[in-house]
Design a binder for this molecule. Structure first.
Ligand code: FM0
Length: 323
């Protein structure tokens, strides 16, 4: 049955950066993220015998077939499992503030996996949904679950999937600083490939990951937000350092990203709990206490317009919508 499914985005505190197997999207390392309430994607899939090709209507606009690669990958896997040959009509709405420049592949591909599972009546377990979402986009494997989530890298298609670590039902949140895009994008897919292939810093990144991950899990168990933030910040800086060593070198940082990172350090000096993380783009995400979020937002408004700063709290697992 065709049903609307909602999946929320997630931000990694221990980053996924590099693939062991490109075709199956098996990562080089485990990653750990926080699912957030503020950004999500709603998707509905309908298999339709009259269609010649899969089609995607995103926010009301039909997308060119060239951008559908990840979508078709997930649909093909579902078709294969369910013995379906029909092409699919996919309707998707991204609840990401316009012009935010936030990647939506995590929530988007997770919602697609969930909606295709409904349309094909496959009744996949959360674990199998995570495996399926992974094939669309690695980070989507984590958006199947709410709260803190770990993606176990595994070694095969069967054992590479995410699972919940902690419901994050404590005083933690994230502020998004949406900075202006000033340079051409290097997609995360291309960026991580180039880094793995050419950056001499990549081995250094991998070498300290197990420690970062076990420290992070301990910090989460202790609900120690200072520790969570400090580990996340240095993990993100290490990931971004690898891109500077790539050939040709690249960075996702812009001048505004630096302003934001510096603002967070200043907040810390003023006694706030605030740490940053960044992904494959110039936006900066601030890990902070929910109870300090309003005050921190005001402080950040000294550097950025208020509409550039968006608050997020921990978000739920993938779920069906009533209508
Ligand atoms: O989310 O090539 O999932 O762990 O966001 O589609 O598997 O878009 F900062 C980078 C996300 C990478 C870290 O990569 O790549 C993280 C990143 P794909 P994704």
């Amino acid at each position: 049955m065709s049903k609307w499914v909602r999946a929320h985005t997630n931000i990694a505190l221990i980053k996924y950066w590099g693939k062991e197997n490109e075709a199956l999207i098996i990562p080089k390392n485990n990653s750990l993220s926080l699912t957030l309430d503020a950004f999500y994607t709603d998707t509905k899939v309908t298999f339709d015998p009259s269609l010649k090709k899969d089609e995607l209507i995103l926010d009301g606009e039909k997308q060119a077939s060239g951008v559908l690669n990840k979508v078709v990958t997930v649909l093909d896997l579902i078709r294969e499992k369910a013995g379906i040959t029909d092409r699919a009509h996919v309707e998707s709405i991204n609840y990401v503030p316009t012009a935010a420049g936030l990647a939506s592949s995590a929530s988007g591909l997770a919602a697609l996996a969930g909606a295709a599972n409904e349309a094909a009546s496959l009744n996949l377990s959360p674990k199998d949904l995570s495996r399926l979402a992974r094939r669309g986009s690695g980070s989507a494997s984590r958006s199947v679950f709410g709260g803190f989530v770990e993606w176990e890298k595994g070694t095969t298609d069967e054992d590479s999937f995410a699972s919940p670590v902690d419901d994050a039902n404590w005083d933690i949140g994230m502020l998004f600083i949406i900075v202006k895009q000033a340079q051409k994008d290097v997609s995360s897919r291309d960026g991580m490939r180039r880094t793995v292939e050419t950056s001499p810093f990549y081995d250094g990144w991998l070498a300290t990951l197990d420690q970062d991950l076990s420290d992070m899990k301990e910090a989460i168990e202790e609900q120690d937000i200072e520790k969570v933030g400090a580990i996340a910040e240095r993990n993100a800086l290490k990931m971004h350092a690898t891109t500077l060593g790539a050939n040709p070198p690249f960075t996702y940082w812009t001048a505004d990203s630096m302003v934001a990172m510096d603002a967070v350090r200043t907040l810390r000096k003023q006694g706030f709990t605030a740490y940053f993380t960044m992904d494959a783009g110039p936006n900066v995400k601030v890990i902070c206490r929910q109870s300090q979020m309003a005050e921190i937002k005001l402080k950040l408004a000294e550097y950025f317009d208020e509409e550039q700063i968006i608050s997020a709290k921990p978000g739920p697992a993938i779920h069906l919508l009533e209508n």
